[in-house]
Design a protein around this ligand. Structure first.
Ligand SMILES: [Zn+2]
Length: 314
């Protein structure tokens, strides 16, 4: 079967060499991608989805691809719920994440999102505006059973898979999963395609380095954490955005401008056409925090308020 990188439709896409991508358009808030690598007698799942309903639907769609090679290993690329809240449905498998990602998962359990999504008034309205399509009630948080630092080489049904920790960048413990025999990489949220990358943790230089690492790898197929399938051109696009924000925010920091003013001041030009352009406010704040360890970032509610305000402008 051939890869059709142009087809951005919901569901399982065969990439060749026993590799698959599960895509969820439009790739906006919570609409994440996942991956499947089928080996001899056992398979690897890269990420679960944001809630149990979505994860169940995905696992059902993978049944014939998996065949008699059941999912024995799961990798969570990072701690955001849209990549791990479905773990409960694969709890028989070994679940691998970086040590930092596993730690960060404990800080934002599904019950927290459930509470925000059902909060009354303005706070609830704000979060429902981002996450109202998802169902967090009754999810039992299921944490990784194996963690690592730096790099972990695993074997899945005779296939070598390289798990490479490239964070802190998007989050504290981002990992990419590289399948050398298929020249394929599953990047988690180190790549947003068609949408704006969001740098919760940073520094941006780490994320740029992660892009450079991928650009130096022998890869033909790139499965981003959000958005359509891509290749190295997608890696370049994300790198360009991050370098742009780094330069623009740093100049405003040195000019003494407040971080929130800077986020509103930066003209995004072509980058403004990406989805979720309001994420610039979080990204600028992360640059400021990197430049000044004493910089105090707004709390998460204020961060989402700022993004909503900027999104409304675009
Ligand atoms: Zn995500």
């Amino acid at each position: 079967m051939t890869t059709n990188a142009a087809a951005y439709t919901k569901g399982l896409h065969e990439l060749g060499d026993g590799c698959f991508a599960y895509l969820q358009p439009d790739g906006g808030w919570g609409w994440s991608n996942a991956g499947l690598v089928v080996g001899d007698g056992v398979s690897l799942l890269v990420d679960t989805l944001f809630d149990l309903q979505l994860t169940r639907e995905m696992l059902d769609s993978m049944r014939s691809a998996v065949g008699n090679a059941p999912i024995g290993t799961v990798v969570n690329t990072h701690a955001n719920g849209d990549h791990c809240y479905g773990n409960q449905l694969v709890s028989d498998a070994e679940i691998i994440a970086s040590e930092k990602a596993a730690h960060e998962m404990r800080e934002v359990p599904p019950s927290m999102l459930a509470a925000l999504n059902s909060a009354p008034g303005e706070l609830g309205d704000l979060f429902r505006g981002f996450f109202g399509a998802f169902h967090f009630d009754g999810i039992e948080q299921t944490l990784p059973t194996r963690t690592f630092v730096g790099r972990l080489d695993i074997e899945v049904g005779g296939r070598a898979i390289e798990l490479i920790e490239v964070g802190p960048a998007h989050t504290a413990g981002d990992v990419i999963a590289y399948v050398p025999d298929a020249k394929t990489v599953y990047t988690g949220d180190i790549l947003f395609i068609g949408g704006t990358p969001i740098v919760w943790a940073g520094p941006l230089s780490n994320w740029i380095a992660a892009c450079d690492l991928m650009l130096g790898m022998d890869i033909e197929t790139v499965v981003p954490g959000h958005g359509p399938l891509t290749d190295k051109t997608g890696v370049v696009q994300v790198r360009d955005y991050l370098a742009f924000v780094q330069t623009e925010a740093t100049a405003r920091f040195h000019a003494g401008m407040d971080a929130w003013d800077a986020a509103r001041d930066i003209a995004l030009d072509g980058f403004g056409e990406l989805g979720e352009a309001g994420r610039i406010s979080v990204n600028v704040d992360t640059v400021y925090r990197t430049l000044d360890p004493n910089h105090i970032s707004p709390d998460v509610v204020e961060q989402f308020k700022r993004m909503a305000a900027l999104d409304a402008r675009h």
